[in-house]
Design a protein around this ligand. Structure first.
Ligand SMILES: NC(=O)c1ccc[n+]([C@@H]2O[C@H](COP(=O)([O-])OP(=O)(O)OC[C@H]3O[C@@H](n4cnc5c(N)ncnc54)[C@H](O)[C@@H]3O)[C@@H](O)[C@H]2O)c1
Length: 441
């Protein structure tokens, strides 16, 4: 184990800027953060297991499409990207941004996090600030990460300082990014909290709320994403009920949202996706279960949101029944594959489940996403429309939402399920095309 001294080991609360940062995990969270550190003149290293990703960054190219990165591409070359964990010996600060997914039974997978911590132990520099930005459930820092460090003989407050500052980044968001989203911060010791605060104040132009403990900081993030999951589940349930009651749920939510207080509009859709909303609640559910508490409400919300892709395909089945077309062998277009608009991120996307459901019913599937050409069956929207008898709109990419409904008619599309309620329902119906939104017939 390396024994170099960090520049701030003796002066934890010193406002002086620290020198070097290693970001572990150069994904949607880690890469923008590394770019921000480089912009703020930290000597910035990026460590990732994925050699392809590292090679692209070395060439000044982003491994994924993200406007924040595109606009600051020059900063990529200021990051020293590597797959070599020995780089950690140089770090005053290590920020861990590795994935925290769930397995097929929705159980948290912590191995990326524990293996990153083991890499830190093997390549440790005394006095290092170790920050976890990955989303974790309350207790992971104290019960899983700190023990790996201390069992290796390292002492908290002397050899290392451990903190958690959950990332709240929202890929594709034009307003909120790593530079301006307020943060919450917790640490294992008051000295660690002071060091971490100094670091984040140099890179973030937004308030940083200091939490009473590292556990409170961990809990903030799972609460934020569970809040969103629950609210979306509520409107998804309303959508199913209003489909039966023949009420347009979108119009109702827009109406309710005119109340200037105590209502927050959430909208239904074909299911939630991405690395956060469909995953993070399970971290809380499992942690609470291990402590003897059943998060019934969260479990129901997950169940409802997980049911939406199948519900979307059922809606298509209903439309096809109306026009006496079988699902089997009918050309059904999946319009959009990514989990949200104008990004190329396929993780946990409802499109995956929708395609599986369509396969079960033996439909002839045509996939198209302008952001994910590797998984598209056609090169462009024009060819897509020409080939489809019916369409399930999965992603509200700007290009799709702006499409003139006449284009559907011109190309002979007979039925549309609008999985994001983003198309002009009335215009489409007037053109004689069968339409169903989610809670919006
Ligand atoms: N994507 C989001 O919108 C978002 C927002 C807020 C928080 N988060 C959280 O941030 C964390 C990272 O998410 P992401 O979207 O950036 O993931 P990602 O998959 O885009 O990136 C993670 C990177 O870590 C690398 N990696 C995995 N294990 C590693 C290891 N042991 N050592 C080095 N590199 C390793 C992977 O190769 C990958 O490049 C997760 O906990 C997630 O829940 C994500």
């Amino acid at each position: 184990m390396a024994n170099e001294k960090s520049t701030f080991a003796q002066a934890p609360a010193d406002k002086k800027k620290l020198e070097s940062v290693v970001i572990i995990g150069l994904g949607y969270v880690g890469l923008p953060l590394a770019m921000r550190c480089a912009e703020k003149d930290y000597e910035t290293f990026g460590l990732d297991l994925d050699k392809k990703k590292v090679d692209l960054i070395k060439k000044g190219q982003s491994p994924f499409k993200e406007e924040f990165i595109e606009e600051r591409k020059h900063l990529l070359k200021k990051i020293t990207a590597t797959t070599d964990p020995a780089i950690l010996k140089k770090a005053d600060i290590v920020v861990v941004c590795v994935p925290t997914p769930v397995d097929e039974k929705f159980f948290p997978i912590l191995t990326p996090l524990t293996s990153a911590t083991e890499m830190i132990v093997k390549n440790h520099k005394i006095g290092q600030l170790i920050m976890i930005e990955s989303t974790i459930n309350p207790g992971i820092c104290d019960d899983v990460i700190a023990p790996i460090l201390t069992q290796a003989g390292l002492k908290e407050g002397k050899d290392f300082f451990l903190g958690h500052c959950p990332e709240r980044i929202n890929p594709g968001d034009k307003k909120w990014n790593v530079t301006n989203i307020p943060r919450v911060l917790g640490a294992s010791s008051p000295a660690g909290l002071a060091i971490a605060k100094n670091f984040y104040e140099t890179i973030i132009d937004a308030p940083i709320k200091l939490m009473g403990s590292i556990k409170e900081a961990e809990a903030c993030k799972v609460v934020e994403n569970s809040f969103r999951d629950i609210n979306i589940a509520f409107v998804n349930e309303l959508a199913k009920s209003f489909d039966k009651l023949e009420i347009d749920v979108k119009n109702v939510i827009d109406g309710a949202a005119t109340k200037p207080f105590a209502f927050m509009a959430h909208y239904p859709g074909r299911g939630v996706g991405g690395h956060c909303i469909p995953v993070d609640p399970y971290y809380l559910i499992e942690k609470a279960k291990a402590s003897g508490f059943d998060h019934k409400f969260l479990r129901v919300a997950r169940e409802i949101n997980n049911s939406m892709p199948a519900y979307t395909v059922e809606s298509m089945q209903d439309l096809l029944n109306d026009i006496k077309l079988p699902m089997k062998d009918t050309a059904i277009g999946v319009m959009g594959l990514s989990y949200k608009a104008d990004v190329d991120d396929l993780r946990e996307s409802p499109a995956i489940k929708i395609i599986l459901e369509l396969k079960k019913k033996k439909a002839k599937i045509i996939r198209y996403d302008p952001f994910i050409s590797s998984m598209s069956d056609v090169p462009n929207l024009t060819t897509f429309l020409k080939k489809c008898t019916a369409i399930i709109l999965v992603t509200n990419h700007s290009e799709f939402a702006a499409l003139d409904p006449k284009e559907f008619k011109k190309n002979g599309v007979k039925a549309i399920v609008d999985g994001m309620n983003c198309l002009d329902k009335n215009k489409i119906k007037k053109l004689g095309i069968k339409y169903s939104g989610i809670g919006r017939k």
